[in-house]
Design a protein around this ligand. Structure first.
Ligand code: PAF
Length: 294
């Protein structure tokens, strides 16, 4: 496993290895969810590249860029057993050199949910992901369903700009109590950690209501709210029951034809200070609610 820090070094190392490439972009502080993406990339490609880069442009001025957990040696130790060929670990100056002024903006689908709560976030994500795709030149890239809106934005970007890469979305990985794995879970103290599975319970309650026939967007959102409001440490940033294509909220009264039914249940909730996100997706007649790590 080679670790490269400049674009030139990375391209040279990649050119020496012929075959197909799977790419897993990350911000490091890896967990089992990231490793499940690496395993899938390993199974579907001749070679695997992972990037580790805490991207400053996707954090707002009052967000956690400085505090975001970083431990390169720990990440490399976790990647080592997975036969990763190349790790790209650039400095901010490599990605954003002096005079950098070109950004990628995805319009409509970034206006809702995380995009509404975090105004610069998706411009930063779309820009860095486009640049990383250009540097790495992989056939396939792997993302987690946990960041549902991010996967929608990236698929839109790839389709709109005809980027020659296939986007593969892999299930959210969950702790035994349902908490979705995230590098940001390290912010939770013991008491907050106990409260954090409330997101999973709220999503599950709305799923059960949907499965029993509830189709009102208003009722599905109210179901999630009720569960979260019963947890004293939790405060809601948003809860959403939206069309997964457009991310428009489902109206109070059902409007989708039965055959096309699809819903993205999602939320951002603060547990004390830490802000967590999670989602369940229903499409093609089935729920994508994540998998329990085993
Ligand atoms: O999902 C993440 O970790 C980041 O948003 C990504 C895709 C690596 C871009 O910085």
């Amino acid at each position: 496993m080679q670790v490269l820090t400049t674009i030139e070094e990375f391209r040279e190392a990649k050119d020496a290895l012929k075959g197909t490439w799977g790419f897993v972009p990350t911000m490091g502080y890896l967990h089992a969810g990231h490793l499940s993406l690496v395993k899938r990339a390993r199974a579907e490609n001749d070679h695997v590249a992972v990037s580790i880069f805490v991207n400053p442009t996707q954090f707002g001025p009052n967000e956690d860029f400085a505090a975001y957990p970083r431990d390169l040696q720990r990440d490399l130790d976790l990647l080592q057993p997975h036969a990763v060929d190349l790790v790209f670990n650039p400095t901010p100056e490599v990605i954003y050199p002096p005079h950098f002024q070109t950004y990628v903006t995805v319009e409509e689908v970034t206006r809702h949910l995380e995009g509404a709560a975090r105004p610069v976030h998706f411009r930063g994500v779309a820009t860095v992901v486009t640049k990383l795709f250009n540097i790495v030149g992989a056939e396939r890239a792997y993302f987690g369903q946990k960041d549902a809106q991010q996967t929608i934005v990236i698929k839109r970007l790839v389709a709109d700009l005809a980027l020659p890469i296939q986007i593969i979305v892999c299930p959210t990985l969950r702790e035994p109590d349902g908490l979705a794995m995230s590098s940001r879970n390290t912010y939770l103290n013991a008491e907050q950690r106990k409260a954090a599975p409330v997101l999973y319970r709220a999503l599950y309650a709305a799923k059960e209501a949907f499965d029993k026939g509830e189709r009102s967007g208003k009722e599905l959102r109210a179901t999630m709210r009720r569960v979260i409001e019963a947890e004293p440490l939790a405060s809601i940033d948003y809860v959403s029951a939206a069309d997964p294509m457009t991310l428009q909220e489902l109206p109070p009264e059902p409007s989708q034809p039965k055959a096309e039914e699809a819903v993205l249940l999602s939320m951002a909730v603060r547990i004390g200070q830490p802000r967590l996100i999670d989602n369940f997706l229903y499409e093609n007649g089935q729920w994508l609610a994540g998998e329990f790590a085993g």
